[in-house]
Every structure is written in C-alpha cells, then in structure tokens.
Design a binder for this molecule. Structure first.
Ligand code: XIL
Length: 369
C-alpha cells in the first residue's frame, strides 16, 4: 500500500482551498474598485429582495444601483397632488444598507409619464409641475441619493431638441430650469444629462451644445450619462472613445448608465432605446430561443472585453458603469423592441451564472496585475 505524503497532502489541500476561495471572492465591483463604480439596475422585486439568490449576486457583484422603473414619474407621482414613495424609500434604504452608490432615475423624461402630466398644455402649469416634481423628490432624498438623471432623452438622433411635452410648453429653457431646480433642492448631489445614441456624432454634437448651454446659463451639471444600449457590431470603439474625450473636455464626469448588448436582429437596423418603438415579432427575429450559439457567446465576450478595455484606458474620466439589469432572464431586451424574445445582453445568464462575457471583463483586471 502506498502512503500519501502528508506534506504534499497539506500543500495541495491548501492550494485547492485558496483557489476556490479566491474564485469566490472575485467580483466585478472588487476587481474594478480602483477604477470606477460597477452598477446594476434593480426591478421592484430586487429592491424588495424577494429572491435570495438574486439578492446575494447583487450584493456580491455591484456597488452602485439604479431603479429600473420605480422612480419614473408615472410611478412616483401618479396624480397631481399625490406622490408614492413606498418603493423608492425601500430602494434608497437598500442602497444605504449595502453601502452602495445610489443613483436617481429619472426626473424629467417624456416617457413613462403619468397620464395627468401628458395633459399639461400651458406653460404656467408645466412650470409649476416641474418645480413641484423636482423639488419634492430631490429634497426628500437630499444627502441620500448620490446622483440624479435630471433630464433623460431630450434630444433627437440628429442632435435637435425632441418635441416633448416639456419643449412644447416651455421652450428650451426647461432644460436649464430643471438643472437649476435640482441643484437648489440638493446643492451637493451630482446632476447628469442622460441619453441613448449620444456617442453617435450628430447626437453627440447636440448633447455637447446642450451641456454648454446649461453651463453658460449658470446651471449645475456634473456629468453625462451615455446609456449604452449597444449592439455586437456598433457603435465602434473609436466613436465611444471620441465621446469620452469630448464630454470630459467639458469638465464633466462620463458615466455609462444602462449598458447592455443585444445579440438579436433589430427591425430596420434600429439603433437606440426609444421605449415607445414596438414591432411585431416572428421566428426569424428570435433566432436563439433555447441557447446562445457558442460563436455568438464568444463574440459577446470579445465585445465586452474591448469595451471595458477602453473604459479602463479612460478610467480617470469615468465615474460609473451600470448594466441595465442583473441577468439575462430579467433584461428589458427580452421584450423590447419586440415582445417575447430571448436575448442574452448581460454578463450573467438566465440562471445567474457567469457567462464568458463576465470572465472576459474580469480577465482584463487580472492582466493588469
Ligand atoms: C426601460 C425599462 O428597462 C423597462 O422595464 C420599461 O418597460 C421601459 O423602460 N432608456 C431609459 C430606461 O432611460 O429608463 C429604459 O428602461 C430603457 C431606455
């Protein structure tokens, strides 16, 4: 009978144990802790910690949170004289309990408005709405919410101002007023302009002009949020890099606030994230209902790696990278712009397991060591 060398046994066991615990310790937020915040968007169930597995993944991997829906005006301000803060109170408490960076999404946005807001037709009423809405919400969470999307999606793809209910009633001054009202309610909170496709040249030029205008009028704006609802092939790394450089040259922080990468075909080459665009589906538009083919899985991992490589290169200009959702099964891209598809846009799969995309994002940090 052969004897096991006790020395070798101890060394091997120690090695295996330390490898496993090392693996368990690794997380996105820890790996990137000296670079920028790593965030996720929480739905109502996640805010209420209804699923223990999801909850522990959120706490392990992320140090920043955004509310995916519950702070939008239709939920938080359903009637003119009625606010509903039940879930947003829980959201802020969740972030505080877990020592996370808490982002507010969003104050002034033309989508997901309460029906009574859509009916506002004159400037006096709209002015009163903006003042009441922004002041009430921002003051309520003063010193507890760390940054706000003050205005979301005010631009068209050509860089002109969107004909929203706000622009129609108040003219472009509403943008400056919104930032001033938010700064007055909480002078220390970081204030962001947030939009999709603002890494594309025409819309980027529009966003830069808008940010300059807000600053010139004495508004406080601390950052720009590039949503980052992207595709495997576009936007190019070059355009994203130009955007980081041009926005940060304005003296503001750059955040990527709603990152996800669709792997599904898009109708008419649709780009962006206009939540009001909806299309009929068919089998051709939902090619991977069961499983993502390995070749696409690899492409997605490579795409995430090249994006995060760029983020690391410019970490001094970037405040936060937030994924739009915790895992694939929960992503809004399963239902937008076509309902009922199976998409694979995030680093965690439908069973909350790490995807190759997750490993590729972590590997960049291991290489740096
Ligand atoms: C999306 C949510 O993820 C969906 O659950 C909801 O049905 C529609 O809105 N830009 C934004 C986000 O600023 O608020 C949107 O979120 C996605 C596009």
């Amino acid at each position: 009978m052969k004897f096991i060398n006790p020395y070798l046994f101890i060394v091997t066991t120690f090695f295996l144990v330390s490898c496993t615990s090392q693996k368990e310790k690794l997380s996105l937020k820890d790996a990137y802790k000296n670079d920028f915040l790593i965030g996720t968007a929480l739905n109502a169930g996640q805010i209420e910690a209804k699923n223990a597995k999801e909850d522990s993944l959120i706490k392990k991997e992320f140090n920043a949170i955004t509310a995916e829906n519950i702070m939008k005006s239709m939920y938080v301000h359903p009637q003119k004289d009625q606010y509903d803060f039940a879930l947003s109170d829980k959201y802020v408490a969740y972030g505080e309990k877990n020592k996370m960076f808490i982002h507010g999404h969003t104050l002034i946005w033309h989508s997901q408005l309460a029906p009574w807001m859509e009916k506002i037709a004159d400037s006096t009423e709209m002015k009163a709405f903006m003042k009441d809405h922004i002041t009430t919400i921002v003051s309520k969470y003063k010193g507890r919410i760390n940054s706000w999307d003050v205005v979301n999606e005010a631009l068209n793809d050509d860089g002109t101002l969107r004909q929203s209910v706000f622009l129609k009633t108040l003219g472009e001054k509403y943008l400056i007023d919104a930032f001033k009202l938010a700064a007055k309610a909480d002078p220390k909170v970081d204030l962001y302009y947030n939009d999709y496709n603002i890494e594309e040249p025409a819309k980027r030029a529009g966003a830069i002009a808008l940010i300059k205008k807000i600053k010139a009028a004495g508004g406080k704006i601390d950052g720009v949020g590039i949503q980052g609802h992207w595709r495997l092939e576009s936007p190019s790394i070059e355009e994203i890099e130009k955007s980081i450089l041009e926005y940060s040259a304005l003296g503001i922080k750059v955040a990527f606030t709603e990152l996800d990468i669709t792997v599904l075909p898009n109708p008419w080459d649709l780009k962006g994230a206009d939540v009001n665009q909806k299309f009929e589906g068919n089998a051709k538009m939902n090619p991977y209902p069961e499983k993502l083919p390995d070749s696409i899985q690899t492409k997605l991992a490579e795409r995430y790696a090249s994006i995060f490589k760029l983020f690391l290169k410019h970490k001094d200009k970037i405040s936060r990278i937030t994924f739009w959702g915790v895992y694939d099964g929960q992503s809004w891209l399963n239902d937008w712009p076509i309902k009922g598809r199976t998409n694979y846009p995030l680093p965690f799969d439908k069973d909350l397991k790490h995807k190759p995309a997750y490993e590729s994002i972590l590997k960049l940090k291991k290489k740096e060591e």
